[in-house]
Design a protein around this ligand. Structure first.
Ligand SMILES: Nc1nc2c(ncn2[C@@H]2O[C@H](COP(=O)(O)OP(=O)(O)OP(=O)(O)O)[C@@H](O)[C@H]2O)c(=O)[nH]1
Length: 343
């Protein structure tokens, strides 16, 4: 018997450019006392997975997918389907699935996954595409002339969204926020905008939206492309989708422990530089003689290095990822290595 939307598991696709606050929102959702059983699937852009280590420990389950971007690597999409099927096969029913897309992903093909001729279509329902927008930095990505020849993911993410969260309002003045809001509305008139600081939002505004216009629009498009492609997945062989090749990631792992003073000095040094081409930095670190796992977060010049949670059963490690344009791996590796504590 055909299931109704009510019987299906809602799936939220969480999108937003690098550093816009997706993991912060996930942590907030997972911490809120909503009584729901939520599974989170993370898809990262980068050579090493870090986000799993940045999401708070919780009863919800977190699945990391680092084998490619779900929006453009066919194997990664197969992997996404496999993970979802596994979740659906479990005896215990989930209340919600959230897919955090990589900050450079186009959410469209990911959302389309839920309209494919696949058994998951009968079990799940695309609840909504939520786009987080960093009000402080988004305009420079929307106006990035260097990616004109490519799809501009920052634009795609906004265009595709059912609801848009204008995040980091604490970092901007009202006139800047209003300008971003107007620009976002010019890209997507129908999505309601909500504002937040550190992604603290009334969850009713972002979960349980249920199928609405945009989802139906995607469904209609997929149906159209089915007509044209004889039931082939619409994104297969789609040459129009292309990440900007000059944007890449450098992942670095170092043995040992870090010297916190050296790390802070490096952070200060970076804050004073022009970091237009360094979109995002994320790291987890073991600090000498300290029981806490430290995290480093950077979005251009907004950089922080702080203790995050006590190391529990995890193996201590130092992992850092840089995402940006024309990155110099050797220089980054050497500079980070300078912050190691003496053995
Ligand atoms: N000041 C301020 N900082 C924020 C806010 N939301 C998130 N941040 C910080 O911005 C940085 C990036 O946040 P994340 O939640 O990791 O961003 P993300 O979208 O998951 O980033 P990617 O994994 O690169 O795609 C972190 O240092 C956060 O603490 C906010 O509303 N205000």
């Amino acid at each position: 018997m055909q299931k109704t939307i009510k019987d299906k598991i809602p799936v939220t696709v969480l999108t937003g450019f690098l550093g816009s606050g997706k993991t912060t929102l996930l942590n907030y959702i997972l911490r809120e006392n909503h009584g729901m059983k939520i599974a989170v699937i993370e898809n990262e852009f980068g050579e090493i997975g870090i986000d799993g280590g940045l999401v708070v420990g919780s009863t919800e389950e977190i699945f990391e997918m680092t084998n490619g971007c779900v929006c453009c690597v066919a194997e990664a999409r197969d992997d996404l389907l496999r993970v979802i099927r596994q979740l659906l096969d479990r005896p215990e029913r989930l209340d919600h699935i959230i897919i955090e897309t990589s900050g450079l992903a186009d959410p469209y093909p990911i959302a389309q996954t839920f309209f494919l001729d696949d058994p998951i279509r009968d079990e799940t329902n695309l609840d909504g595409v939520i786009a987080l927008v960093d009000v402080k930095h988004v305009l420079r990505h929307l106006d990035d002339s260097q990616i004109e020849a490519h799809d501009n993911q920052a634009v795609d993410q906004i265009v595709c969204a059912d609801r848009i969260v204008l995040n980091k309002v604490d970092l901007a003045f009202e006139d800047e926020i209003a300008a971003v809001s107007a620009r976002v509305a010019s890209l997507n008139e129908t999505a309601e905008q909500v504002r937040s600081s550190f992604a603290q939002i009334d969850l009713k505004k972002i979960l349980g939206l249920a199928a609405f216009d945009q989802s139906r629009k995607i469904a209609a498009e997929v149906d159209d492309s089915h007509d044209h492609h004889h039931h082939q997945a619409p994104w297969l062989g789609d040459a129009s989708h292309d990440h900007d090749a000059s944007v890449g990631s450098v992942g670095i792992e170092l043995p040992g422990h870090m010297n916190p003073a050296a790390m802070q000095a490096w952070v200060q040094e970076m804050r004073a530089q022009n970091l237009d081409n360094l979109f995002r930095m994320k790291g987890i670190f073991s600090v000498k003689d300290d029981d806490y796992c430290y995290v480093l977060h950077g979005v251009h010049n907004e950089i922080e290095f702080r203790p995050n949670h006590p190391w529990a059963n995890e193996t201590r490690c130092n992992k850092m990822i840089f995402i940006g344009r024309n990155l110099d791996r050797t220089a980054l590796q050497a500079r980070l290595a300078e912050c190691l504590a003496a053995a």
